[in-house]
Design a binder for this molecule. Structure first.
Ligand SMILES: [Fe+2]
Length: 693
């Protein structure tokens, strides 16, 4: 390693709040006397954010002998037997970071597997970790990565990771995954203790994996209020054997979604029971715990110490003044948001630019959380919001050339337009959006992949086409959105701004990967749907949750058996059980297909009654699926494989993590400028039934 590159790595490590581990001039034998003691490192090991010449390594080793700090030896080897150790150094840990350790190893070779471990001063070692560096930016090899989201250790099992590990171990070296992209809800800060719901949650048994020392109880669940509370959730989750094995096997590239801070949280604010309240201290605590437990190249502006986060001092203060993009200007709010910058980009070989964005720290208020508009969603039409009302809310004061209506559409009783004096909704915020568009427009990779924790695909239904007399008249003017706000399916203006830039700049190879929705989706990225012009500019994929419950499971428990519209959500043709997820059919084909399927049980006849204008952008929707997705990206195609497992109620004892329900691949040939992207669908195994086209 040259002096120049050494200085560069030291500066990088300092900027990341990580210790620096340099490569030796030549490999050495490992340190003598190493003895694995997993019990001393109960949260395992991890690596993150690989680049061609460096990667972050992580562990936690708590000392309980009263010392105020300690050093761990980090060793990196070219082989799993540690006979060729190419880097080693000491890293400082202390209670200030909850004894977590971040180390940046520099001077590595690109596209190469390495092994690493940590040792304390008595030679007691962590389990071994395996990681992989990124290929260099001119490397034409195919990139392979998995993307996941939404693991709930309190309510389910992480069989998806066991399946991923099982398949990867049996793949040839060139077919193995390069990294795992985690799109958030790595933890769920909302915790039901087993005694809070003795009947469980839907189909789930509640586990007592975490209890908050200073938690706040809201209704029948608990939320964290302090740094120690947030840290406790991460520790509890990392005790899950399958999650821990996955972190030890692949580098993770992680981004938070909402639950790393707060369910309906935005900026430094929380929303519970329709009330928005200041929560700057909790936002900082959430950021600090994330920083301590996720090895990621995120920026903390609070000093270069490697053993501590140095949180800014904030107080919970009401936020009342917002700028033109909805950013709360209250100083504690700004300090809390700025305590950690998560959005960032990675180049992976010639074909991948991964642009990772933060959907919660800078967003403006989600209109759908406002209690004044709750009447838009009624139990008569479960989960359905009039689309035209969401369009008005999104545009705020810019609607109709600056003439927003006083009320939202034709709903009765009249629902006030609570955003008629507000700027248009933004999810990225002004600064992040400028960064994102600049990176997107200047990318030279074959595929520009937007890693966006939230789904971008519209999910709508056509209640206006219901037979009259079946239920109350639909209170909207046309289509209904089933997404309930909060993501890009109702951030119409910002989505259009991004997609218009893609179109205007002639960008090809634009793909989005998302989580959050606890369901599998594949489709085309379009800013509008019929009757507006349908102009796809890219492809978009959403993965099912690893383990958190989805809407189908919720509907099975909460939708009344005698609801007049039950057949739109859960079908039971000829009284068959268990009910089938008709909501998949509703989103792709419309109400008439659902009613036909319920009546005849004949899928072909149901499909024949499709509404062709409802969802020309969608190829696949499974609102009940769990599992993960694998992406393969080459010079001429983008493939996304959905691997769907049964509802993960309990941990599978099988080495493969249990059976598969299906494996479906969507493939997009690289399109040329001016051409439309297209999706090809291949069922590899299993039967996705109502999810299919
Ligand atoms: Fe989630």
């Amino acid at each position: 390693m040259t002096q120049w590159s050494r200085r560069r790595f030291i500066a990088s490590a300092a900027a990341l709040g990580a210790s620096f581990v340099a490569c030796h001039a030549r490999p050495r034998a490992a340190s003598a006397g190493w003895k694995e003691r997993r019990d001393l490192y109960p949260e395992g090991v991890a690596s993150g954010d690989p680049e061609p010449d460096s990667v972050l390594l992580w562990t936690r080793r708590r000392f309980q002998d009263g010392r105020g700090e300690a050093r761990l030896l980090v060793e990196v080897s070219e082989d799993s037997a540690f006979t060729r150790v190419i880097a080693s150094a000491h890293a400082l840990i202390s209670p200030a970071s909850d004894w977590t350790c971040r180390a940046l190893v520099g001077g590595l070779a690109p596209a190469r597997v390495y092994w690493y471990r940590f040792l304390d001063d008595r030679g007691f070692g962590s389990r071994l970790g395996r990681t992989r560096t990124a290929p260099s930016s001119d490397d034409p090899r195919t990139a392979r990565f998995a993307f996941v989201s939404c693991q709930n250790v309190n309510q389910g099992a992480q069989n998806a990771y066991r399946r991923m590990i099982f398949e990867d171990e049996r793949a040839s070296e060139s077919e193995r995954l390069d990294f795992v992209l985690h799109l958030g809800d790595f933890i769920y800060e909302i915790v039901w203790y087993p005694e809070d719901r003795p009947q469980g949650m839907y189909d789930r048994r509640l586990r007592g994996v975490v209890r908050y020392a200073s938690g706040e109880k809201i209704r029948d669940f608990h939320i964290p209020t302090t740094l120690d509370d947030y840290r406790a959730v991460y520790r509890a989750y990392l005790h899950d054997p399958d999650l821990q094995d996955a972190r030890a096997r692949w580098p993770f590239v992680s981004m938070w979604d909402n639950h790393e801070f707060s369910w309906l949280g935005w900026q430094g604010l929380q929303v519970f029971g329709g009330a928005t309240r200041p929560a700057q201290t909790r936002k900082v605590a959430a950021n600090q715990a994330w920083f301590e437990y996720q090895p990621a190249r995120v920026k903390k502006p609070s000093g270069a110490e490697t053993d501590r986060f140095n949180p800014p001092s904030v107080v919970d203060t009401p936020v009342t003044v917002f700028d033109g993009s909805g950013l709360g200007l209250e100083p504690n709010n700004l300090a809390a948001i700025d305590s950690l910058t998560g959005y960032r980009a990675f180049r992976w070989g010639r074909h991948v630019d991964l642009l990772i964005t933060d959907q919660h720290s800078y967003r403006s208020e989600d209109p759908c959380t406002r209690p004044e508009i709750a009447a838009l969603a009624t139990p008569d039409f479960p989960e359905m919001w009039p689309e035209e009302a969401l369009v008005i809310l999104d545009a705020g004061r810019t609607y109709d050339g600056g003439k927003p209506p006083l009320h939202l559409g034709s709903a009765k009783p009249a629902v006030p337009n609570v955003r008629r004096d507000r700027p248009p909704q933004t999810i990225l915020g002004a600064t992040q959006k400028e960064w994102f568009l600049e990176r997107l427009i200047t990318s030279r990779a074959t595929w520009k992949i937007w890693a966006n924790s939230q789904g971008t695909l519209d999910g709508r239904a056509d209640p206006q086409n219901l037979p009259s007399g079946m239920t109350k008249p639909w209170h909207g003017a046309g289509y209904a959105s089933l997404m309930g706000g909060g993501d890009y399916s109702s951030a119409y203006i910002e989505r259009a701004e991004i997609y218009d830039a893609v179109q205007r700049q002639g960008i090809t190879g634009f793909a989005t990967v998302s989580g959050d929705r606890h369901s599998f989706w594949a489709g085309l990225a379009t800013k509008a749907l019929p009757p507006e012009p349908f102009q796809p500019v890219g492809v978009a994929f959403i993965c099912g949750s690893v383990s958190a419950p989805g809407i189908v499971e919720a509907l099975e428990h909460s939708l009344p058996k005698d609801h007049p519209l039950r057949a739109l959500y859960l079908a039971a043709p000829q009284g068959r059980t268990p009910p089938e997820p008709a909501i998949n059919l509703l989103l792709r084909r419309g109400v008439r297909s659902c009613l036909e399927y319920q009546s005849s049980g004949d899928l072909a006849r149901a499909r024949a009654l499709s509404n062709p204008e409802l969802a020309p952008h969608l190829s696949f929707v499974d609102m009940g699926g769990h599992g993960y997705a694998v992406v393969r990206v080459s010079c001429d195609a983008f493939e996304c494989e959905f691997v769907c497992i049964p509802r993960p109620l309990e941990r599978s004892e099988r080495a493969d993590g249990g059976p598969l329900l299906y494996r479906v691949v969507h493939r997009t040939p690289l399109w040329r400028r001016g051409e439309r992207p297209k999706l090809e669908q291949h069922i590899v195994e299993g039967n996705p039934a109502l999810s299919m086209s």
